[in-house]
Ligand binder design. Structure first.
Ligand code: CAA
Length: 379
């Protein structure tokens, strides 16, 4: 067992930290307040290689491992979880799903633009009546011979308003239930694709979340991913990796709140000494540091298993449930450590607390992660 990062890992971590602190931090409060999409920053992240981190250089990606991805996600999420969710969906749901299960033609056609940040992707699984119970897809993809006719509505789609490419999960053979589901690549400018209203959210307010409506959209046969009926497995397998990304986002939100709290506690005085000298604050910092380290190790372990091509679904679920609950618990503590200052925007921790909540919900709620873990321990 080796807990040592390589020199390359440390360089990537430093590059992500520099980008987050120098380029994301300056406008983050304003983007949050006005729900402003970080379009330019995402383009810049593409230039820096953060949008297709694990994509092979053959298809325009950075060719890095999942550990590098976890390290970069943590650093960017410390500052701006709206940027990091766009990065996570693009990397681990869209690019990874396409590279792993797409045809050679699909990979050549779509991956270079996604990996370079020229466009971004969205993953369209959730529906008004199919969230955790993802088999209940109402969106239909009728087989019309040389194309599929797509009809339905997807909800809470991250990157929805800015994506150029949607991966869409839809039902082709309702009588076969989840075995009749397919996954498709749908171009944003296809006739019949409409972007619904933008959600006004509690957190990750820079990220654009929309419903997407498909009305008689003709999807070419060659845009189906994998064998006929592979769509549900495609979604589940892709989400296993996506959960490593969201776990790392939660880790970053927690560690960002910890770093701010530590610095504040060393500088703020009360009752004649720095508040870091009071045991009430020391115990909070000790608990934060311990939980964050445990979350980091779970994220890195899941990433390591994925890189070694070993089963990682349960490890990813454990990382996600633990890291997201750590983020929620300790961002609340970070606000408490900051006292009245913690409740105002300039000190960043109230935003981190709002951003933390979604990590317990998207890419599988904490309850869904516990279903996945329980099934594994009981099998
Ligand atoms: N890998 C491969 N196959 C899998 C799998 C996995 N991880 N999980 C399930 N499957 C397969 C099963 O083996 C089964 O196949 P067979 O019938 O051939 O045996 C099939 O899928 C159905 O599985 P289950 O019987 O386990 O299905 P279920 O109805 O009990 O649901 C669930 C299981 C874990 C709850 C699943 O529905 C789930 O993960 N739900 C949450 C969905 C989710 O994460 N949504 C997030 C939306 S995307 C998002 O948030 C992106 C964003 O924008 C940020």
């Amino acid at each position: 067992m080796n807990f040592q990062l390589t020199e390359e890992h440390i360089m990537i971590q430093q590059a992500a930290r520099d980008f987050a602190q120098n380029e994301c931090k300056p406008g983050v409060i304003e983007r949050d307040e006005h729900q402003k999409h970080p379009t330019e920053l995402l383009r810049r992240m593409g230039e820096l290689g953060f949008m297709g981190m694990m994509v092979s250089p053959e298809y325009g990606g950075s060719g890095l491992d999942t550990i590098s991805y976890v390290l970069a996600m943590e650093e960017i999420s410390k500052v701006d979880a709206s940027c990091s969710v766009a990065m996570s969906v693009n990397n681990s749901l869209v690019c990874w799903g396409l590279e792993t299960f797409g045809s050679e033609e699909q990979k050549r056609k779509y991956l270079p633009a996604l990996a370079s940040g020229e466009t971004i992707g969205a993953f369209c699984l959730s529906e008004p009546e199919a969230g955790s119970d993802a088999t209940q897809q109402r969106t239909t993809a009728e087989d019309m011979g040389d194309y599929y006719l797509l009809n339905g509505t997807k909800n809470w789609i991250t990157n929805g308003g800015h994506a150029g490419i949607y991966l869409v999960i839809a039902q082709t053979y309702p009588e076969k239930r989840h075995k009749g589901i397919n996954a498709f690549i749908v171009e944003r400018n296809s006739p019949g694709v409409a972007v619904g209203a933008k959600e006004n959210k509690l957190g990750i307010r820079g990220s654009d979340t929309h419903s997407i409506i498909f009305n008689d959209v003709k999807v070419p046969k060659e845009n189906r991913i994998g064998e006929d009926g592979f769509g549900f497995k495609f979604a589940m397998k892709t989400l296993d990796g996506g959960r490593i990304g969201i776990a790392s986002q939660a880790l970053g939100i927690a560690s960002g709140a910890f770093e701010l709290s530590l610095a504040y506690a060393k500088q703020r005085k009360a009752f004649g000494k720095e508040i870091s000298q009071h045991q009430a604050i020391q115990f909070k910092l000790a608990d934060m540091a311990t939980d964050i380290e445990a979350a980091r190790l779970l994220c890195l372990k899941a990433a390591y298993l994925k890189d070694q091509h070993l089963p990682y679904g349960t490890a990813a679920a454990m990382a996600k449930v633990f890291a997201s609950e750590t983020a929620m618990k300790h961002t609340i503590e970070a606000v408490q450590i900051h006292g009245g200052y913690g409740y105002v925007k300039e000190y960043h921790v109230e935003r981190l607390m709002r951003d933390a909540k979604i990590t317990q919900i998207y890419e599988g709620t904490s309850e869904v992660q516990r279903i996945v873990i329980a099934r594994n321990v009981l099998s």
